[in-house]
Design a protein around this ligand. Structure first.
Ligand code: C5P
Length: 314
C-alpha cells in the first residue's frame, strides 16, 4: 500500500517537474548559446581579438548631440586645424542651434548579443563595375553610401537601397526623405551649412561652391562627432595621412552601429586603377589628405580578422 502510494507520488512528481526541467534546460542552453557565440561576426581568434581591442573603443561617441557636444581642448584644436576657416563661429552656439533643428539623441545604442544588424558600406570604387553585388547589398539592414555615389542606372552592381549617406558640404547630393543624412563635419562652417540648407539656404561657399540646399529630411539627420573623427585617426590610422577618408570613417562608423559589416567598392580595380564606378575619373589614393594605402591595409586586416567581409569586385 505504502509502495503504491510512493510510486503514485513519484509519477506525479515526474510528470509535473519533467516539463519544467525541459523548459529550464532549453532556456539555459539558449542563453549560453547567445553568450558564447553571438550570431554575427564572432569567429575571431585571440590574436585577432587583441588586435581589434587595441583599436576599437566601444565607449566612443559616434554621433553628436547636445549632451556629448563639448569638445576637449586637444580634440577641438585638432579638428579645427583640418580645414582652415577664415571666419570661425562659436562652436557651442552652433551646436545649440543645430539641435533645436535636428534629432538630439544618442543613435544606435541598442547593442546586445541578440541584435544582428547587417550593414553594407558601399564605397565609390570602379571595382564595382560588373560585380553584380546589387542584390546582396540591398539585402542588408543598413546600406551606407557616401558622397555622390549614385544608384540609378547602376542597380545591378550597387543596389538601389540607401539607408544612410555620409556627406560633407562639398560632396552633398539630394538624398530624398527616406535616407539618413550623415554629416561628416571637417569644420564649424560645415555645421553652419547643415543648418543653412534647412533654413536660410544662404551658405553656398566654403573653400569652393557648395549646394545651398538639398532634398533631405531634417528628422533623418545625424552628425558624426568630431571626437569620433579624431578617434578613427588616432586609434585606427595611427596618425597616417592628415585625416581619414569618408570611406574609412564610414567603415568604422558601421563597426560601431552594426553587428555584421560587409564592405563593397573600396580599393583599386583589378588593373590597379583607382576610379569611380559611375564616372570617368582617375585618382591617386595617396594624394591629398588621406593615406589610401594605410587605410586599405587596415580594411584588409579587418577582413582577415573576420570583423568585416570585404568584397573586392573581382
Ligand atoms: O571618391 P569618393 O571620396 O567619393 O569615394 C568615397 C570613398 O570610397 C573614399 O573615401 C574611399 O574610401 C572609397 N574609394 C576607394 N577606391 C576608389 C574610390 C573610392 O576605396 N577607387
Amino acid at each position: 500500500m505504502i509502495r503504491k502510494r510512493t510510486l503514485r507520488h513519484f509519477i506525479v512528481f515526474v510528470s509535473v517537474s519533467g516539463p519544467i526541467c525541459i523548459v529550464l534546460f532549453h532556456q539555459t542552453s539558449t542563453r549560453s548559446f547567445l553568450k558564447d557565440s553571438c550570431m554575427c561576426n564572432c569567429a575571431m581568434d585571440s590574436e585577432g581579438r587583441s588586435w581589434f581591442s587595441q583599436r576599437y573603443k566601444p565607449s566612443a561617441n559616434v554621433t553628436l548631440n547636445r549632451k556629448n557636444g563639448l569638445l576637449d581642448f586637444h580634440t577641438y584644436w585638432w579638428w579645427k586645424s583640418l580645414q582652415n576657416e577664415s571666419v570661425v563661429a562659436n562652436y557651442t552656439q552652433v551646436v545649440e542651434v543645430m539641435f533645436s533643428l535636428f534629432p538630439d539623441k544618442d543613435h544606435y545604442t541598442d547593442s546586445s548579443p541578440s541584435r544582428c544588424r547587417t550593414c553594407a558600406v558601399v564605397g565609390n570604387s570602379g571595382n564595382l563595375v560588373g560585380s553584380r553585388y546589387g542584390a546582396l547589398i540591398d539585402s542588408q539592414d543598413f546600406v551606407i553610401r557616401m558622397n555622390e555615389g549614385p544608384t540609378k542606372g547602376f542597380e545591378r552592381d550597387v543596389g538601389s537601397k540607401t539607408t544612410h549617406r555620409v556627406i560633407y558640404p562639398e560632396s552633398a547630393v539630394d538624398m530624398g526623405v527616406t535616407t539618413h543624412l550623415v554629416l561628416l563635419p571637417f569644420k564649424i562652417l560645415d555645421l553652419q551649412w547643415l543648418i543653412s540648407i534647412f533654413t536660410t539656404k544662404h551658405i553656398d561657399l566654403t573653400y569652393m561652391y557648395v549646394k545651398p540646399s538639398i532634398i533631405a529630411d531634417r528628422n533623418m539627420v545625424m552628425i558624426l562627432h568630431p571626437a569620433f573623427i579624431k578617434y578613427v585617426y588616432d586609434s585606427w590610422l595611427q596618425g597616417h595621412g592628415e585625416y581619414p577618408s569618408t570611406g574609412f570613417i564610414s567603415v568604422i562608423f558601421a563597426l560601431h552601429v552594426c553587428d555584421e559589416v560587409s564592405v563593397f567598392g573600396f580599393g583599386p580595380t583589378k588593373d590597379g586603377v583607382w576610379d569611380h564606378y559611375f564616372e570617368d575619373f582617375k585618382s591617386d589614393p595617396n594624394e591629398g589628405p588621406h593615406d589610401g594605402d594605410f587605410e586599405g591595409k587596415v580594411i584588409s586586416q579587418l577582413h582577415q580578422k573576420h570583423r568585416i567581409m570585404l568584397y573586392k569586385g573581382w
